[in-house]
Design a binder for this molecule. Structure first.
Ligand SMILES: CC(C)(COP(=O)(O)OP(=O)(O)OC[C@H]1O[C@@H](n2cnc3c(N)ncnc32)[C@H](O)[C@@H]1OP(=O)(O)O)[C@@H](O)C(=O)NCCC(=O)NCCS
Length: 212
């Protein structure tokens, strides 16, 4: 599924449940003492996906530890991203020489709580969502917008080590499976990201590897 929205050069792995997840490596397990069972399961399973994806790049197995803001620390010369939601865990990685950054996100394909939508979107985004809803009512465009912003943040943060507010990305979604995010930030940072989205069964998937 992810391959449909990832560019060439990315290696990826995904699973739909936590059965058969390989055990954590000791450095990872040392971080899990206070995790609730559900969090421990997703943390464990997605690292299995990440090691599988890294093996496809020819990388040996190693711990994938979080940095100070939760960002995964990949082996030298590798970029990547991980996501988990109910019924889905996935990781994507690439050589930095092939792709500058990666951000992926998965969300359940259902409406976003209206309060959440207001908190994460700009007025002009909500106007565009209303037009998309009329054109293609089968897609929960509000949830898709949220997922795009999560993918943007996961691609942005490793490049900049800077926070990014939901109001700092102005996202345009296109029915043909593309999206653009224009960033309202100053300084030597990407001006935006372009990516792709996919609706598949109960899931919405988004990905970017393309800073603008
Ligand atoms: C970090 C965040 C993006 C994760 O997204 P999510 O939809 O809640 O959760 P997902 O399961 O899809 O992704 C979780 C994974 O994201 C990755 N992640 C966490 N922080 C990250 C960061 N700073 N940079 C890159 N990736 C990060 C981790 O791999 C994490 O999994 P792990 O903890 O098991 O290693 C989200 O919780 C967050 O903090 N959002 C606020 C910032 C934001 O989105 N701003 C909008 C900008 S337009």
């Amino acid at each position: 599924m992810l391959d449909l929205i990832l560019p060439a050069g990315a290696a990826w792995a995904q699973v739909l449940d936590d059965r058969d997840a390989p055990a954590l490596l000791p450095q990872e397990a040392a971080l899990t003492r206070d995790m609730a069972p559900g969090r421990l399961r997703e943390f464990t399973t997605v690292r299995g996906c990440a090691r599988q994806a890294l093996a496809r790049l020819g990388e040996p197995p190693g711990p994938i530890l979080p940095g100070p803001r939760g960002e995964p620390r990949w082996p030298a010369g590798v970029v990547g991203s991980m996501t988990h939601c109910a019924g889905y865990r996935a990781a994507a990685v690439a050589r930095r020489s092939e792709l500058p950054t990666l951000g992926i996100d998965a969300e359940p394909h259902r409406a976003l709580d209206p309060g959440v939508l207001t908190a994460v979107s700009l007025p002009q985004e909500r106007t565009r969502l209303a037009a998309l809803r009329l054109r293609s009512p089968g897609i929960h465009w509000d949830r898709l917008l949220f997922s795009v912003k999560e993918s943007v943040f996961k691609a942005w943060y490793p490049l900049t080590s800077r926070p990014l507010g939901f109001e700092e990305a102005d996202v345009s979604l296109f029915p043909d499976g593309r999206w653009h995010a224009h960033l309202r930030v100053l300084g030597p940072a990407p001006r935006g990201f372009a990516g792709r989205w996919l609706s598949t069964g109960p899931l919405l998937l988004t990905a970017t590897a393309e800073p603008l």
